[in-house]
Design a protein around this ligand. Structure first.
Ligand code: UDP
Ligand code: MG
Length: 320
């Protein structure tokens, strides 16, 4: 019987101070997992330090180590995507290079996979080590996204995940450019479980994600998973028309039946009519937004559905 292949996929952006320590830590852990064939795939995301040189030396010495070097910095999400596209194995473990995702959890992830889970995600138990602004931002992000999108993203989960082959094959079908890999995985469904872990501090170097890039990632997720922001103008328009329409009716009643007891001046009528017209404009923008929403969903061309398995059909789900 052939042994199962497990790949460890690691995006690299200026991680020269971490690579050797990381590879040693991973090798220590996988040495005990003799039932599997491991490979380490590094994707260099346009590092400007000597990360690539270090990885080339490691890859030359160990056939289990592979490297994809991207032409420039595309961001972690696309670096991961490049790795996913290149891999053909039974499971992939995604992890960061800075040892904030401790390799010591790998055996437990594999155990859960053996139990039949298709996604084994990790969840931070403590965010204390993160700066306050980052923690607040993260909480706000999950709250907003979960209130407006049609599926739930578990707060505190990280990219440190094991994905079964079926999930990796599914990921290969996604064509969108602005993506958050973790969000897409949560969108998919499949059998999922969580492992709690405490994220240590970065082993060496500075985080590659600035606040502005995190904000960009958050905005991408809102736009990718919800059309609510697009429809906000429309909702606001309908609200303005209703509220100010009622007010105008009241003002007219006052003028013609109550004998002007409230004394609305002609200018008040002009203002209220004007606000209603603004409401009409907003509502029309909302209508246009619905059309743009349809175009948006068609353009990102996400798979319409994903299949776990078929019974009594030849070929794989992709060829259905
Ligand atoms: N990373 C990357 N491209 C980037 C930024 C980061 O491939 O543009 C990699 C980085 O080398 C690390 C992982 O993504 O392996 C997580 O990055 P970081 O530690 O900066 O993120 P944080 O821990 O702050 O979420
Ligand atoms: Mg980190």
């Amino acid at each position: 019987m052939t042994r199962q292949q497990v790949a460890i996929l690691i995006p690299i952006y200026n991680e020269s101070g971490n690579i050797v320590a990381l590879v040693q830590a991973i090798e220590r852990v996988i040495a005990d997992l003799t039932r599997y064939d491991f490979q380490l795939l590094f994707v260099d995301d346009g590092s400007r330090d000597d990360s690539v040189a270090q990885l080339e030396v490691l890859a030359a010495a160990d056939p289990r180590i592979g490297l994809i070097e991207l032409s420039r910095n595309f961001g972690k999400e696309l670096a991961l995507t490049a790795g996913i596209h290149a891999l053909e194995c039974d499971a992939v473990i995604i992890m960061d290079a800075d040892l904030q995702h401790p390799p010591a959890y790998i055996p437990e992830m594999i155990r859960k996979w053996e139990q039949g889970y298709e996604i084994v995600a990790t969840k931070r138990t403590k965010m204390d080590r993160q700066p306050l602004l980052r923690r607040l931002g993260s909480n706000l992000f999950y709250w907003l996204l979960n209130s407006i999108s049609e599926f739930k993203m578990e707060p505190g989960t990280t990219d440190f995940r094991l994905l079964d082959r079926i999930v990796v094959d599914a990921l290969k079908q996604f064509t969108e450019n602005n993506r958050m890999v973790r969000g897409l995985i949560d969108w998919m469904g499949y059998k999922k479980t969580f492992i709690d872990f405490e994220a240590p501090k970065r082993h060496s170097g500075k985080p590659g994600y600035s606040y502005s890039r995190l904000l960009q990632l958050a905005l991408n997720s809102f736009m990718a998973f919800s059309l609510v922001p697009l429809k906000l103008a429309g909702y606001l328009g309908v609200f303005v028309i209703t509220a100010f329409g009622l007010l105008l009716m009241f003002m007219l009643c006052d003028r013609f039946w109550l004998g002007g007891r409230f004394g609305f001046t002609p200018i008040a009528f002009v203002i209220v009519t004007n606000v209603i017209m603004n409401g009409v404009v907003l509502a029309c923008i909302g209508l246009v937004a619905i059309y743009i929403g349809h175009i948006h969903t068609e353009v990102i061309d996400r798979p319409l559905y994903l299949v776990r398995k078929t019974v009594g059909l030849k070929g794989r789900s992709r060829n259905l």
